[in-house]
Design a protein around this ligand. Structure first.
Ligand code: SF4
Length: 404
């Protein structure tokens, strides 16, 4: 329900949904927008044309565009986080405390429960957020990365870390052992996650099995673990279960295995293909070959589960560039992807300490510029062929945007 009213010279819009409350305060010059989950956590904001998104772990990313549509990004430091959180709750407090403000002027009239919710939001202070972040860290080990369409999921760490952990371009799980939770540990984890999210669970869509490759867990272990999820969460209502399959180093599952997992709610599997070129995969120290990835995709899709394929742009620089393009096109075109699937293009993000960068330096690889990486994407994308059942959604996967 959307309610619109006036406050001084401002238009106030309150959007009350089953899973969130959004308040927008607009003048001719400025628009302030704050959205909260049902536990009262700030989720997104818009202030001075800068959009903010807060993760459950307390981090907040700010994004804005310059006149020429170049996107800027900044992770807020602690004082900046406090400023934004205070602004959001204090703005509601000012509204409620102002004797010139009356809910009676809203159209349609505002329900008492919405006024109570606003009142609770106005009372939230830094202490609430400090507790919340501390609770987050007691529930979760660091969540390394998620696919962009899963930032709003309920992450359940059935496993922790990566069973392979040796790819030269990836630092998400370095220094962390790979752990499969026991049924008791996993059940406790799910209960802890639910308690932590509280009413904020209603904002979450989908369940994501952490971390990097929960699906390498053998069938005799993963089936009871997935059954436990159903004892605590309405999997269907949440939109199903999603997971990465990365590093084809564990038990290879059959179509029948995946069908069993699909029956337990597994909806989509994200596969870090990176490239269709085996020499490049070797250079990246990625486990398995392009053919392994193709076979896995065919098996998964035959079981009725959809896939998200991730391609690494810029990997291998100019030396590998041409083969990366042609072999990636060739392998993806054999996958029979359709409208249920996704293709993500993810740019290689280099840093000084990255093993990839050191290896690229010692082999004198010539890096691709940002423009050349986008050209690489364009050339791959233009030549992709899909099945008769529609075209997958093709999108950008920028790991620097990740927030949970
Ligand atoms: S398999 Fe995936 S998560 Fe593991 S090190 Fe390689 S890229 Fe990183």
């Amino acid at each position: 329900m959307v309610h619109i009213g006036q406050w001084k010279d401002k238009t106030v819009t309150i959007s009350q949904k089953i899973n969130s409350l959004t308040i927008s305060i607009e003048t001719t010059n400025e628009t302030l927008v704050f959205s909260f989950d049902k536990s009262g956590r700030l989720w997104t904001a818009l202030v001075k044309k800068i959009s903010y998104r807060r993760g459950l772990n307390g981090s907040i990313v700010a994004k804005w565009s310059s006149g020429r549509e170049v996107l800027h990004r900044k992770w807020l430091d602690l004082p900046e986080q406090e400023w934004l959180l205070n602004l959001s709750h204090n703005t509601i407090q000012s509204l409620l405390n102002d004797t010139n403000f009356s809910f009676t002027v809203f159209s349609p009239p505002i329900h008492t429960s919405t006024i109570q919710e606003l009142s609770k939001l106005s009372e939230i202070t830094q202490k609430f957020y400090l507790n919340d972040v501390s609770n987050y860290h007691s529930v979760y080990k660091p969540v390394g990365i998620l696919p962009p369409d899963q930032y709003i999921s309920v992450v359940l760490q059935l496993t922790e870390g990566c069973s392979f952990n040796k790819c030269t371009f990836c630092t998400f799980y370095k220094e962390r052992p790979f752990i499969i939770k026991s049924p008791n540990e996993f059940e406790q984890h799910i209960m802890d996650v639910k308690k932590f999210l509280g009413n904020g669970l209603s904002l979450r869509r989908t369940i994501f099995l952490g971390d990097a490759n929960a699906l390498v867990v053998p069938m005799n272990k993963i089936i009871p673990l997935m059954e436990i999820i159903h004892n605590h969460l309405d999997v269907e209502k949440l939109g199903g279960i999603f997971a990465f399959l990365d590093g084809f180093s564990g038990e290879r599952k059959s179509i029948g295995d995946y069908q069993k997992l699909r029956d337990l709610g597994l909806n989509k599997i994200y596969i870090g293909l990176e490239s269709g070129n085996n020499q490049l995969l070797k250079f990246l120290n990625k486990p398995g070959s392009a053919l392994d990835a193709l076979n896995a995709v065919r098996t998964i899709k035959s079981s009725g589960i959809s896939v998200g394929i991730i391609v690494l742009l810029g990997a291998g620089g100019k030396q590998y560039g041409e083969n990366h393009i042609t072999d990636t096109i060739e392998i993806i075109n054999q996958m029979g992807l359709d409208a249920d699937d996704l293709v993500y293009f993810s740019e290689l993000i280099e840093s000084e300490g990255l093993e990839y960068s050191q290896k690229a330096f010692s082999e004198n690889l010539e890096p691709l510029s940002g423009v050349e990486r986008q050209e690489q994407r364009k050339r791959i994308e233009e030549q992709l062929l899909f099945s008769d059942f529609g075209t997958p959604h093709i999108s950008t996967y920028d790991i620097r945007d990740f927030v949970y």
